[in-house]
Design a protein around this ligand. Structure first.
Ligand code: FES
Ligand code: FES
Length: 122
């Protein structure tokens, strides 16, 4: 059996494990499964529909904001949560909001640009 398991920091510092618990982004490494009992969980695989990328994913693609499969899912789920919760942020506020997610190759400017572009359409 193929198990697509990517181990992040497991300490709550990198954000790679971010998923949606309802509409709220959470770091799954900090939760016990029982804490999600009865809640709807969405992983990055839940963003696309019938093989079509979501608007957020399109924005990341168009802005060259994705480079690896470690950090990108976490950034996407956090930004998706902001959109679902109708949270409006300035660019500086967004940078702060993304502070719990780490991109080790320092792709932050393009991630912020993609996120701003997407969030402005929400
Ligand atoms: S693996 Fe959960 S925050 Fe890093
Ligand atoms: S793009 Fe994933 S760590 Fe930088």
């Amino acid at each position: 059996m193929w198990l697509d398991l990517r181990v992040g920091c497991d300490t709550g510092h990198c954000g790679a494990c971010t998923v949606l618990l309802g509409d709220v982004a959470v770091k799954s490494c900090l939760m016990l499964a029982v804490q999600a009992n009865g809640e709807e969980i969405t992983t990055v695989e839940g963003l696309s529909h019938e093989g079509k990328l979501s608007k957020l994913q399109e924005s990341f693609r168009n802005n060259f904001a994705l480079q690896c499969g470690y950090c990108t899912p976490g950034f996407l789920m956090l930004i998706q949560s902001l959109a679902l919760r109708h949270i409006k942020l300035s660019e500086n506020e967004l940078k702060e909001a993304l502070g719990g997610n780490i991109c080790r190759c320092n792709n932050y400017p393009l991630i912020v640009r993609a996120a701003m572009e997407f969030l402005e359409t929400q």
